[in-house]
Design a protein around this ligand. Structure first.
Ligand code: FIX
Ligand code: ZN
Length: 416
C-alpha cells in the first residue's frame, strides 16, 4: 500500500472509532421523560405502527383507512409486519430501522417470529429500557417536544414531578402560532387575559404565558413547525405573534427559537399523523427574521430537499442562525450524505448534522446508527481531502470536531 493509502486507511479507522464512540445530544425528539408515563412510547408494536411505517404499509393494502384505524394497536402492527416484512423485503429506511433495532438487541428477525419478539420486549420496564436504549445508541441527552396545549401532557407538568436529568424540555408552540383563534380561547380558559385581536395587553399576556411555561418546563428553546407559505414580515397571526410576544420573550431569556419549515399538514387526513407532506419554503422569510432580529438566535431545519442549499448559504450570512438535522423525509442515508457533505463544505463545523426525531424510544438506536455510518464516510472523505492539501488532523482534533457536531456546537450556540 502507498504511504498516502496507508495514511487514509488509518484516518478512516480513527474517524470510525471516534464517531462510533462519541456520545450524542439528541436535540429534537418526540420522546418523553419516563415520569410522563404513557406518553413515552417504546417496544416492538410501537416501532411497527410508527407513522412512517403506517404510510408505507397503507400503500400495500386495500383496507379502507377507517378500518385500519379501527384495529387494535397489536392488529395494526400485525398487518404492517405482514405487508412490509413478510410479503416484501423491508428495504425502505423506516423498515430497515426496525431491523437495526432488533439486531442491536441481539434479536433474530430472520425467524420472522413477531410473537417471540413481543415476548422479549415485555421483560422491560420503561426506566430500565431508557437506559438500555440510550447506552446502546450512545445518546447522552434527549430533547423532548413539550406542548402545554397537549391535554395529556399539560396536567403532568402542572402537578410537577422529579425529572430524569437526561431529558431536556423544548416548548412547542404550533397551536399558538398556527391557530390563534383556538389558542386564544384556551389561554382565556387558563386565566390569561387575551383577546382575539392583537393589542398590547394581549401580547403581554401571551408573554406571561410563555414565561410561565418556560419556567415550568425549564425549556432550553422554543419551537414551531410552519407550512411552506410562511411569510415574514407579514400581517398574519403567526408573524404578529412572533414580533409581539415570542421573539421578545426568547430575546429576554436568551433562548433560541427553532423553526421547522416546510411541512404541509394533513395532505391526506385519513392517514392521521402519517398524512403530512412537504413543500418548498420561501426562505426569504427566514432571511428577514435573522436580519430584523439580530439579538435573537434561530435554530432551523427545512423539510424540502430543494431548500437545503439555500438554507446552508443563509447560515453563512447570519451567525444568529444555527441549522440542524435532516428532518423526516430527508432522514434517509442518500440525502443525509448529500446534505451533510454540502453543509461541511459550506459551513465547516458550525451546524448540527442530525437529530433523531424519534417518537419511539428504541428508534434512537437506528436513527443514530444509520447517521453515524454516513458521517464516518463523509468525514473521512473531508479529512482525506485535507491530507492531500498537506494537513493532517490529530486524534484529539477529530475528537473535538465530532463532539462539536454531536451537540457541542448546538450547546455553545444556545449558551452564547
Ligand atoms: O413537527 C415535527 O416535529 C415533526 O417532526 C413531526 O410532526 C413528524 O410527525 C415526525 O415525527 C417527523 O419525524
Ligand atoms: Zn419532530
Amino acid at each position: 500500500m502507498s504511504a498516502t493509502g496507508f495514511r487514509q486507511t488509518a484516518l478512516h479507522s480513527l474517524v470510525e472509532r471516534v464517531v462510533n464512540s462519541t456520545p450524542v445530544t439528541d436535540i429534537h425528539t418526540h420522546l418523553y421523560d419516563p415520569a410522563l408515563g404513557g406518553l413515552l412510547l417504546w417496544g416492538i408494536d410501537e416501532l411497527l405502527v410508527y407513522h412512517y411505517l403506517v404510510a408505507e404499509g397503507c400503500r400495500c393494502t386495500t383496507l379502507p383507512y377507517d378500518q385500519f384505524w379501527a384495529l387494535s394497536k397489536t392488529e395494526q402492527a400485525d398487518l404492517i409486519w405482514k405487508e412490509l416484512f413478510q410479503e416484501r423485503s423491508p428495504v425502505s429506511e423506516a423498515c430497515r430501522g426496525v431491523l437495526t433495532v432488533l439486531h442491536k438487541f441481539g434479536l433474530d428477525a430472520k425467524e420472522r417470529d413477531l410473537p417471540s419478539l413481543r415476548d422479549w420486549f415485555s421483560q422491560w420496564t420503561p426506566q430500565s429500557f431508557v437506559t438500555q436504549c440510550m447506552e446502546t445508541a450512545k445518546v447522552q441527552s434527549i430533547y423532548m417536544t413539550n406542548s402545554p396545549f397537549d391535554d395529556a401532557e399539560r396536567p403532568v407538568w402542572q402537578a410537577g414531578f422529579e425529572g430524569d436529568p437526561r431529558f431536556q424540555a423544548a416548548l412547542r408552540l404550533d397551536p399558538l402560532l398556527t391557530d390563534w383563534p383556538n389558542a386564544a380561547l384556551k389561554l382565556v380558559g387558563w386565566g390569561y387575559n387575551v383577546g382575539e385581536g392583537f393589542s398590547p395587553t394581549t401580547f403581554n399576556e401571551v408573554r406571561r404565558f410563555l414565561r410561565d411555561w418556560t419556567a415550568r418546563l425549564n425549556a432550553r428553546y422554543l419551537m414551531v413547525s410552519l407550512p411552506p407559505d410562511f411569510a415574514y414580515p407579514s400581517h398574519s397571526d403567526t408573524a404578529e405573534l412572533l414580533d409581539g410576544a415570542v421573539l421578545p420573550h426568547c430575546h429576554d431569556h436568551g433562548l433560541p427559537f427553532a423553526l421547522m419549515l416546510g411541512v404541509k399538514r394533513a395532505v391526506n387526513p385519513s392517514l392521521a399523523l402519517a398524512g403530512d407532506g412537504v413543500g418548498c419554503s420561501d426562505l426569504q422569510a427566514l432571511q428577514n427574521l435573522c436580519a430584523a432580529n439580530p439579538g435573537n438566535k434561530f435554530l432551523t431545519t427545512v423539510l424540502s430537499r430543494e431548500n437545503q442549499h439555500e438554507l446552508a448559504v443563509l447560515a453563512r450570512k447570519f451567525r444568529n442562525l444555527h441549522i440542524f438535522g435532516c428532518w423526516w423525509f430527508t432522514n434517509i442515508p442518500h440525502l443525509i450524505e448529500d446534505i451533510t457533505r454540502m453543509r461541511l463544505e459550506l459551513l465547516g463545523l458550525t451546524f448540527t448534522p442530525q437529530h433523531s426525531d424519534a417518537r419511539v424510544l428504541d428508534q434512537i438506536i437506528y436513527k443514530w446508527d444509520h447517521t453515524r455510518r454516513v458521517l464516518i464516510k463523509v468525514l473521512s472523505d473531508k479529512y482525506a481531502d485535507l491530507t492531500l492539501s498537506g494537513w493532517e488532523p490529530t486524534a484529539a482534533e477529530v475528537e473535538r470536531d465530532v463532539k462539536t457536531l454531536f451537540g457541542g456546537g448546538f450547546e455553545r450556540f444556545c449558551a452564547c
